[in-house]
Design a protein around this ligand. Structure first.
Ligand SMILES: *Cc1c(COP(=O)(O)O)cnc(C)c1O
Length: 361
């Protein structure tokens, strides 16, 4: 399959500097979008073609577009950070490209070559570089995605797809900043089952999660924690983030059973933690382990991790069976240390010994 080159046809009317800077001063998350976007088409028999960078604009969608009915759609999320010298770099874009291919296979969609995925992200970041916030925790969040573009109500893989990348400046993900979150252990709903789509980054998983997230909020909690679908006992994830359990200098994250989303932040932390002297493992944690080990003091901290919010401590845990506080309910030492190590690497405040940063000048 050939890799199309991206034709650059950027907006002739980018947002005025003053307006853009006002947005960058308080971007929120996913509320504002940059001047341009990338689109690449795939059609049966022709493969990938018509790769373009064009002005950000609404799409016109036929009411019988297959995605609207059968949800054949996948996405990614990665960030571009401003480095101290003013240059810009993205974090592990090849890992996102590879996961995008894995998601494509599960949703019976065509695979975009890794180099095309990375080139599309690079083109947009370079064109809209002024939208990358100043050096610090703020970033430009990139949202590559793909959906069925065929029109028709027959149920089968589409014969036409649209791949796109859009970008949105991002401040801290959680409105209250690095404050511990409260979580609700969901025993009524499940996110994913073995053989299902839990390991794919697809919209349907999120659609299925919204009611449980609402239940968590009705219980006074910020986020839902997913348990395994069979025993409702083994901890899997928190909302759209992976989880880590800190036992002193040993940290454990739930193993990838096929129903968890293999987070790139999760994967990166296994390496960073080991280099900081922790023992970092994949394992199995039940809700009973969580509760008992918190009570006996061996489980000292719990945190969630993902691209959007980086690392977020868990402060309180609530379930049908009761409620408990994690440690002293504040950000723990290991959580803070890992968060700083990862963010320093991503923002260029510290060197990158792993070759994870993809520099864009
Ligand atoms: C995207 C996502 C994550 C985190 O993955 P990162 O690559 O670290 O951003 C975790 N869980 C779910 C369900 C996700 O969709």
């Amino acid at each position: 399959m050939t890799t199309p080159t991206i034709e650059l046809k950027p907006s002739a009317h980018p947002l005025a500097d003053a307006e853009r800077e006002a947005i960058l001063a308080n971007p929120g998350f996913g509320r504002h979008f940059t001047d341009n976007m990338v689109t690449i088409r795939w059609t049966e028999g022709r493969g990938w073609h018509d790769a373009q960078l064009v002005p950000y604009a609404p799409l016109s969608i036929d009411p019988a577009n297959m995605t609207l009915h059968y949800a054949q759609t996948i996405f990614e999320g990665l960030k571009a950070y401003r480095r101290p010298d003013g240059s810009v770099a993205t974090f592990r874009p090849e890992a996102n490209a590879e996961r995008f291919q894995t998601s494509s296979r599960r949703l019976a969609m065509p695979e975009l070559p890794v180099e095309t995925f990375v080139a599309a992200c690079d083109a947009l970041v370079k064109q809209d570089k002024a939208w990358v916030p100043p050096h610090g925790e703020a970033s430009l969040y990139l949202r590559p995605f793909m959906f069925a573009a065929e029109v028709g109500l027959g149920v089968r893989p589409a014969n036409e797809y649209l791949f796109m990348v859009i970008a949105s400046p991002a401040g801290p993900y959680f409105e209250r900043g690095v404050q511990p979150v409260s979580v609700w252990l969901s025993e009524n709903y499940v996110r994913a089952v073995k053989g299902g789509t839990g390991a794919a980054k697809t919209g349907g998983n999120y659609a299925a999660s919204l009611l449980a997230q609402k239940e968590a909020q009705d219980e006074g909690c910020d986020q839902v924690v997913w348990l395994d679908a069979v025993e409702h006992r083994w901890v899997e994830e928190m909302g759209g983030m992976n989880l880590y359990f800190v036992y002193g200098d040993r940290i454990v994250t739930p193993a990838l059973t096929g129903s968890l989303l293999p987070g790139i932040t999760r994967d990166s932390l296994l390496t960073i933690a080991r280099d900081l002297g922790y023992t970092a493992e994949e394992g199995r944690i039940s809700t009973e382990d969580w509760r008992r080990d918190t009570a006996n003091g061996t489980l000292t901290e719990v945190f969630a991790c993902g691209t959007a919010a980086v690392i977020t401590p868990v402060g309180t845990v609530k379930s049908e069976a009761g409620e408990w506080t994690q440690g002293d309910g504040q950000t723990g030492e290991a959580t803070a240390r890992l968060r700083k190590a990862l963010l320093d690497l991503q923002t260029g405040a510290a060197p990158d010994p792993y070759g994870w940063m993809h520099e864009l000048g």
